[in-house]
Write a protein that binds this ligand. Structure first.
Ligand code: AMP
Length: 281
């Protein structure tokens, strides 16, 4: 497995692969790899000849008071794991390589970015869309793989690819969870033992909502209220948002229709965690 650090070398690798007629799968990540990321890589390996994983903690998607500086970084451990998953290349550019002096171009997606994480993290999706567009341009993958863990991110990127006529297929992989239900996340590493226990409240609340819907409760306010009460019962948890929107359009709805997204962002101590489920009414 190769680690490539410059755009020039990455483009050269891509050109050679294309000349050989090989299909390319891209898995964009911020590193600190876990089983969720590895599942994306294995899926990419099944569907594409060559798998490129990008590892780049993208500064433009972090707000000024967020955890960019302390976001976990472990290139050595990541390389071992990616190599075992059959990855051919890790693309690991420095910030200066992706955003050189004078850099001034950003991609804005309207509408669906003006809710959920778009409200609590202003500028976040502008940063995500910009870095993903850059990676797609550099690596020109046939397919790019993303996790449903970041449900709104998937919708934003699908919008971008469709609106800007990009030549890539986005493949979405279901949420990978720990045995007890906690959604895998690089940020779980920040949790103390007690917080790790408290973090289960996210998954438990999603399950509670699913049970309510299964029993016929389709009123959005009532389901939200139960979920909020449940989370508030955990003293270490601080709600950022609990929202139910239609899926995939993310419209405001009063009743859970055919499909609705229940999305949570909850702070456990200083760590902000997100999780979601698609409710089927
Ligand atoms: P990140 O490194 O957190 O930016 O994540 C990189 C990619 O892995 C994104 O497409 C995420 O949605 C995906 N991902 C992260 N955690 C999980 C998970 N638990 N299950 C499925 N996909 C995930």
């Amino acid at each position: 497995m190769k680690i490539i650090e410059t755009i020039k070398d990455m483009k050269f690798f891509v050109q050679q692969a294309k000349e050989k007629g090989l299909s390319i799968g891209l898995v964009p990540t911020m590193g600190s790899l876990h089983e969720g990321h590895l599942t994306l890589m294995r899926q990419a390996k099944k569907e594409c000849d060559v798998v490129v994983v990008s590892i780049f903690v993208n500064p433009t998607q972090f707000g000024p008071n967020e955890d960019y500086g302390k976001y976990p970084r472990d290139l050595t451990g990541d390389s071992e794991q990616a190599s075992k998953a059959g990855v051919e290349v890790i693309f690991h550019p420095q910030v200066q390589e992706m955003y050189p002096k004078g850099y001034n171009s950003f991609i804005e997606i309207d509408g669906i970015t003006q809710k959920l994480c778009g409200l609590s993290r202003p500028g976040h999706f502008r940063g995500v869309a910009t870095i993903v567009a850059k990676l797609l341009n550099i690596i020109q993958p046939d397919k790019a793989f993303f996790g449903q863990k970041d449900a709104q991110q998937v919708l934003v990127l699908q919008r971008m690819v469709s609106d800007l006529n990009m030549n890539v297929i986005l493949e979405i992989v279901p949420i990978v969870r720990e045995r007890d239900g906690l959604a895998m996340s690089s940020r779980n590493a920040f949790l103390s033992e007690e917080e790790r226990g408290a973090a289960l409240i996210l998954y438990r609340s999603l399950q509670l909502a699913q049970q309510l819907v299964a029993k016929g409760e389709l009123n959005v306010e009532k389901v939200k209220h139960q979920v909020i009460m449940n989370i508030q019962g955990e003293e270490r948890a601080q709600i950022d948002y609990v929202e139910i929107h239609s899926y995939p359009l993310l419209e405001n709805v009063d009743v859970i229709g055919e499909k609705a997204l229940l999305a949570l962002a909850v702070r456990i101590g200083n760590t902000r965690l997100i999780d979601n489920i698609i409710l089927e009414g």
